[in-house]
Design a protein around this ligand. Structure first.
Ligand code: E4P
Length: 215
């Protein structure tokens, strides 16, 4: 399972890039708006220059024609940009047009297997089921992820499944067990994935034992 970072924060992206485990970034309008900039193009271009992998960038308009027009524009910003199109009837039409033009789409805000399947059939490169938001609504997000992975495997679809709206490390390991292609994680979850108190205790014991022996 590959790891994408779910943020638009440049410092977080730079720090995570140095760890050598992040192969893409997902942003959304809420994440970008938290960064206090109105220059969408500049921040996305900067992210695209830090991480060479796919950088998901959502359209900021609604309706078929406005989404297609904006997606085509965003697609010129960098070679690694991927356009996030929200699931829905308009989103499906937009995805099929963009896919035919060779523009990569992340079919986002998926909350059902049917939405994900249709996104894949329309030519999306990625589908993003929002695990945490389903859990918040009293459903089991991982059940949906499992269904999508199983059905996509069964029909050997090329579309990759991104476990999105990840809230904690348990989500990551379940997503990996299920066989999601990618988990997109907030920076704090990435940090939680690597830390373990027994590792910290182990390091400090090794250091103090060595200090004693070398006195
Ligand atoms: C994914 O592409 C989305 O940006 C993200 O995972 C949404 O997560 P949230 O439910 O924590 O906002």
């Amino acid at each position: 399972m590959r790891i994408f970072l779910d943020t638009a924060n440049i410092e977080e992206i730079k720090r995570a890039a140095r760890l050598g485990v992040v192969s893409g970034v997902t942003t959304n309008p809420s994440l970008v708006s938290k960064e206090g900039t109105a220059d969408y193009e500049a921040i996305i271009k900067e992210i695209c220059s830090i991480i060479p992998g796919p950088i998901s960038t959502e359209v900021l308009v609604e309706g078929v024609e406005p989404m297609i027009e904006q997606a085509r524009q965003i697609a010129t910003w960098a070679p690694n940009v991927v356009i996030k199109i929200p699931a829905g009837t308009d989103g499906l039409e937009v995805t099929s047009v963009l896919a035919k033009e060779g523009i990569k789409v992340n079919f986002t805000l998926c909350f059902s297997l049917n939405q994900s399947l249709l996104g894949a059939l329309a030519g999306a490169s990625y589908v993003s089921p929002f695990i945490g938001r389903l859990d918040d609504a009293g459903h089991n997000g991982m059940d949906l992820l499992e269904d999508i992975v199983e059905v996509f495997d069964h029909y050997q679809l090329d579309t990759e499944v991104i476990a999105a709206s990840i809230r904690h490390p348990q989500h990551c390991l379940t997503a990996a067990r299920i066989g999601a292609h990618i988990a997109t994680v907030p920076y704090n979850v990435l940090m939680q994935m690597i830390r373990h108190p027994l590792t910290d205790i182990g390091i400090s014991r090794f250091m103090s034992d060595w200090k004693q022996a070398s006195k």
